[in-house]
Design a binder for this molecule. Structure first.
Ligand code: FEO
Length: 392
């Protein structure tokens, strides 16, 4: 794709990845993604903000064909989806300096063997002049790695945010045109990348709050020409009220856990509690992550395999523990044949979560009347606890 013009000085280049369906061999990409780089032509200096995943370097170099000299390659984040092509860019422009912070410098030396002499390191708040425009760097750790930072061009009120506010969407559109689609993709991105670091992300949001921002230019997905759209969404996901909702990831081998899941789902809905169910045999784990962002309760449904939970449940619980959603309550339901430690194992797997465990319901074999009654009692308890939080 050719360069997309943002302003007289700034253009969006990089690589639109329509085909990849798995990021970091972990994260599903139902809509592909993009690796955005931004070329800035100041009156005295030319800068490239971020690059692309290394395997796509040829496309980036093609877009840089007409650039006579490049002074700076700004690396806002060292992960290879943005830094991977830096060595190739330096081959073409050997005099260019790689602008990053000290942590980023070490990472780029470790990951990509960039030579120490190529770096220009910047401090938090430092301003780099390009002549008639400039870039002010703000350290924003943990969006997504500890070295991540943003660059702000005051002259055009553009915030270059890298992963911060990003969305995995392959699109030919420069700006957000389908707000619903971008909102879901950005929430998925937030859940998978940002949610484990909520407190730090909130501090970073506050740190940027004093800047007049007209455009947010992330390194994945479309540019935001209505910055409040994504800033307010982030505030909601970070510190907004939880929803009166139960997220119910489950798997069933012979139908018992599924019957219990269905009964509990209906009982919760009867009591005015929303339910989002995810069958872990085939669910998109990213959809589960989105649901975890604002759910008040997580109930895991699992049969007992040998002496513990089903392996797919172990995976989902491990992931939830790593993502650290803000849920207040958790429980376990399921069935077993001759005993086991499914509840204890699941509880141990989610030790990072600050949840109150509500009494689990386990049935011996297929669920019977007393098990369904226990599920009704669990639904009562969850509905009461949600009311206690003021959730409607
Ligand atoms: Fe888009 Fe953390 O890299």
């Amino acid at each position: 794709m050719d360069a997309r013009i943002i302003s007289d000085r700034v253009s969006l280049i990089g690589f639109v990845d329509w085909d990849t369906r798995l990021f970091d061999s972990l994260i599903p990409l139902p809509d592909g993604t993009s690796y955005n780089a931004y070329l800035i032509q100041g009156s005295e200096k030319t800068a490239l903000i971020d690059t692309v995943e290394g395997e796509h370097y040829k496309e980036l170099l093609r877009q840089l064909e007409d650039v006579k000299s490049l002074d700076y390659v700004v690396s806002l984040h060292s992960e290879q989806d943005h830094s991977g092509a830096i060595p190739r860019v330096l081959e073409k422009f050997p005099k260019a300096k790689v602008v990053t912070n000290p942590k980023g410098k070490k990472m780029l030396m470790d990951l990509l063997f960039v030579e120490e002499s190529s770096f220009l390191t910047v401090e938090d708040g430092e301003v780099l002049s390009l002549g008639d425009c400039s870039l002010e760097f703000t350290y924003t750790p943990w969006v997504h790695w500890p070295e991540t930072m943003c660059a702000y061009m005051a002259e055009e009120q553009i915030l270059f945010s890298c992963d911060f506010f990003g969305s995995h969407i392959a699109t030919s559109e420069t700006y957000v045109t389908d707000a619903c689609r971008v909102h879901e993709a950005a929430k998925r991105y937030f859940a998978e990348i940002m949610m484990p670091f909520c407190k730090t992300i909130l501090k970073n949001l506050d740190k940027l709050a004093g800047k007049e921002i007209k455009l947010i230019a992330p390194s994945h997905g479309p540019v935001y020409d209505d910055p409040l759209f994504i800033i307010e969404a982030y505030r909601q996901w970070l510190e907004g009220p939880l929803e009166n909702k139960v997220v119910l990831p489950f798997i069933s081998m012979h139908g018992s856990t599924e019957a219990m899941t269905s009964h509990l789902s209906a009982a919760l809905v009867d009591r005015g509690v929303m339910v989002e169910r995810f069958n872990l045999a085939y669910t998109d784990i990213g959809k589960l992550a989105i649901a975890l962002v604002d759910a008040a309760t997580i109930v895991v449904g699992t049969p007992t395999v040998l002496t513990g939970p089903h392996p797919n449940v172990v995976y989902a619980a491990f992931l939830a523990n790593a993502l650290r959603p803000r849920a207040a309550f958790a429980s376990v339901i399921g069935s077993y044949g001759w005993g086991g430690k499914a509840v204890e194992t699941v509880a141990g797997l989610i030790s990072n979560l600050k949840v109150e465990i509500v009494d689990p319901v386990l049935s011996v074999g297929a669920p019977q009347d007393e098990d369904f009654a226990a599920l009704d009692a669990l639904a009562d308890a969850i509905a009461e606890k949600h009311k206690g939080l003021g959730l409607k």
